[in-house]
Design a protein around this ligand. Structure first.
Ligand code: HEM
Length: 474
């Protein structure tokens, strides 16, 4: 019997609907679309004996996102634990609450302003790379290139350590992130490989171990470099809370290394968990966001012209001038372009919560221990939520939106409620700096291949996100 008043496909003994989920990575989003088409905006499925509910409409999603008790992440996040441990993304309860409170000041806009020179420096390296190696008749995949820019941005800003990944073009780190993301999401879909005993027998286990060695090696290196800098400067504690909040004498990493939570410094493991979490969550997301924004722009030359026009209005005669924080705030149209690109191509396409108490979501009965998948990707393409949802039209966010689109829960690219993205302002700032520079320097030309979208933790593309570049002269 269905103790849920939620429709879904017929459930087989033992495997549940697990067989349906055995699809190629680029077929997972289409599978979720098929469930929505067949059963509506809320669908119940079972992966083996574990119940999942898929939500596609803001009316069901809103009550979930605003509930201060429903802050525990879904079952699928367990596959991230070997990599990220229980950092801010994956933890719950008191640990999450106290770390969130403790880390929030590090994302105050006073601090973010100090990152502007970092973003500009790395944008310049990117422009030089693009001009010398990619500005020709050949199409190329943006993702690995932009991922290195984003990696340098996060490492140098919040970690306070310079690794020059763009110039050393050591893409072992980026490759490892991609390998791990694919393995982790495979385990989220495939209930067989999900089992630790089976996973260990597959070749994926070896690939995962190798990738973890690279990623953890990198985070350990970053922590060691910063520790050494603090040691040689004789700094062993923060002189006051305002060091972080207002004056930014210290990077985010120093907060982890020096500050106290409940009268105690964080232990080594807690520090590593947060560094791994922020290194990943702080660069792969913005990389995806920038790459798909550029992809959308490549198909819309008029949008590029409008961005350029806005740049001219803001920067005046000298289009090559470095933008100030104030200039960034004035880039309203570019902001709309990013918002619209993230609507169609949300960098985090799916999120999940574990329901920790029997509850009702706008009439849906959801039992304790159900994992609820919020399908941000399809919700943001829902024809009841956005007019002509597949059309790329940045202006849609400018004029008064339709009644349903007005709901803040109809645009969830950064999630909402207590577990929303802590890095939203950081991300928008980084994306504005980088995207404006690219549009000023190049014409983006479309390439006619289907990217083959994959929800591999962040939105990626099986066939790459390809464009061509032609020079502009500014
Ligand atoms: C375009 C860029 C970004 C997008 C679309 C994005 C999106 C999201 C989303 C949807 C969540 C909720 C995840 C969940 O419920 O499991 C989230 C959480 C989070 N994001 Fe972002 N993010 C972006 C950039 C960043 C950046 C730049 C940072 C760090 C500097 C960051 C750090 C985090 C962290 C730590 C969390 C967990 C917060 C918590 O649970 O308290 N993100 N992000």
């Amino acid at each position: 019997s269905n103790k849920y008043n939620i429709p879904g496909p017929a459930v087989l003994p033992l495997v549940g609907n697990g067989i349906d989920f055995l699809v190629r990575r680029s077929q997972f989003l289409p599978l979720l679309a098929k469930f929505q088409k067949n059963f509506g905006d809320a669908v119940r499925v079972y992966l083996f004996h574990s119940p999942y509910v898929l939500l596609y409409h803001p009316k069901y999603i809103e009550p979930l996102m605003i509930d201060n008790d429903l802050i525990t992440k879904g079952k699928s996040y367990t596959f991230l634990l070997d990599w990220l441990g229980l950092g801010l993304l994956t933890s719950t309860g008191y640990k999450w609450r106290s770390h969130r409170k403790f880390l929030t000041p590090a994302f105050h806009f006073n601090i973010l302003q100090n990152f502007l020179p970092v973003f500009i420096k790395n944008e310049k390296v990117l422009i030089r790379k693009l001009r010398t190696s990619y500005c020709n008749d050949k199409s190329f995949d943006l993702f690995p290139i932009i991922a290195l820019t984003a990696l340098d941005n996060i490492t140098e800003s919040i970690m306070g350590v310079c690794i020059n990944a763009q110039e050393n073009s050591n893409s072992k780190y980026v490759q490892s992130i991609e390998d791990l993301s694919q393995i982790v999401t495979l385990r989220m879909r495939n209930p067989f490989v999900a089992e630790e005993a089976i996973f260990k027998l597959t070749p994926y286990k070896k690939i995962q171990d190798k990738a973890l060695e690279v990623l953890h090696g990198q985070t350990n290196k970053v922590i060691e470099i910063r520790k050494e800098e603090l040691r040689s400067a004789n700094i062993d504690k923060l002189s006051s809370d305002v060091d972080i909040g207002m004056k930014n004498k210290h990077a985010f990493l120093d907060l982890l290394l020096l500050a106290e939570v409940d009268g105690k410094k964080l232990d080594e493991e807690q520090i590593r968990e947060e560094v791994n979490t922020f290194m990943f969550e702080g660069h792969d997301t913005t990389a995806s966001g920038m790459v798909f924004s550029l992809f959308c722009m490549s198909k819309h030359p008029d949008v590029q012209e409008k961005i350029l026009q806005e740049q001219k209005e803001i920067l005046g005669d000298d289009l090559a001038r470095e933008p100030t924080y104030n200039d960034l705030k004035k880039m309203k149209y570019l902001g709309l372009v990013i918002k619209e690109a993230l609507r169609l191509y949300p960098a985090v396409p799916l999120i999940q919560r574990l329901i920790t108490k029997d509850c009702e979501l706008a009439g849906l009965r959801v039992k304790k221990n159900t994992s609820v998948i919020v399908d941000i990707f399809h919700m943001q393409r829902h024809p009841d939520v956005f007019d002509n949802p597949l059309e790329f039209r940045p202006e849609r966010f400018d004029t008064s939106p339709t009644a349903t689109a007005n709901n803040v829960f109809s645009w969830l690219s950064f999630s909402a409620g207590p577990r929303n993205c802590i890095g939203q302002k950081f991300a928008i700032m980084e994306m504005k700096v980088t995207l404006a520079a690219i549009v000023k320097n190049f014409k983006l030309l479309p390439v006619d291949t289907d990217p083959g979208l994959c929800s591999d933790l962040v939105l990626r593309a099986e066939n790459g996100v390809n464009i061509k570049l032609a020079p502009r002269h500014i």
